[in-house]
Design a protein around this ligand. Structure first.
Ligand code: NAD
Length: 174
């Protein structure tokens, strides 16, 4: 990446990475030279809200983007710091320089706006079903979830036994 390249930042938890996230990245790719994808709440895993490790999410995203031929991106795990006033500086210290932030998360948007960054609206894609909460709920209930994630992501989740992990978490076995 050169200093005049337009690098955009997208931060999410990606629990798991789904087709809505993929559509957002494809839309951003049309407006940017590079995309930095921050894997937020990177310290969490093995909870119902955050079942997958940062490494597992990294694998989901990189394999899904490979399948789409998207190559100009950086993937950076970002742990939370519980001091909102300095969170943007924390993020900026971890990722390559960026010129705009895409988010629909109200807190993320507010913090970057207050720090003087350009925040762009992120397009929404079928949010009722392309949603991490919905996918985790379906996994728990044994309902169909594979059509909500890129094929490469379903493969990673199967490889790591993700569905069983979520059920065991909710049964209190973990
Ligand atoms: P997420 O994975 O739910 O969503 C990521 C992005 O994708 C969001 O902008 C969301 O609106 C968008 N998205 C989701 N589904 C979509 C769909 N169907 N169509 C289009 N867009 C869709 O992640 P999140 O919960 O928004 O992640 C924010 C991260 O930032 C978290 O990890 C949070 O902890 C972190 N954060 C941390 C601090 C701090 O530590 N101080 C402060 C603010 C934010």
């Amino acid at each position: 990446m050169n200093s005049d390249d337009f690098n955009s930042l997208l931060i999410g938890r990606f629990q798991p990475f789904h087709k809505g996230h993929l559509e957002v990245i494809k839309a951003i790719a049309g407006e940017s030279d590079y995309i930095t994808i921050g894997i937020g709440s990177a310290q969490y895993s093995h909870t119902f809200e955050n079942p997958f490790t940062a490494g597992e999410r990294h694998l989901m995203i990189s394999r899904a983007l490979k399948g789409e031929g998207i190559e100009r991106y950086f993937l950076v795990p970002i742990i939370d710091i519980n001091r909102y006033a300095v969170w943007v500086a924390h993020v900026a210290s971890l990722v390559p320089p960026f010129k705009a932030v895409y988010s629909n998360n109200p807190l993320t948007k507010r913090l970057f706006q207050e720090a003087g960054y350009e925040v762009r609206a992120s397009p929404l894609f079928n949010v009722e079903v392309y949603s991490g909460t919905e996918i985790r709920k379906r996994m728990l209930a044994g309902q169909e979830w594979r059509d909500l994630v890129p094929k490469a992501v379903a493969e990673v989740i199967d490889e790591i036994g993700g569905e069983v992990r979520i059920r065991d978490l909710m049964k209190g076995l973990l």
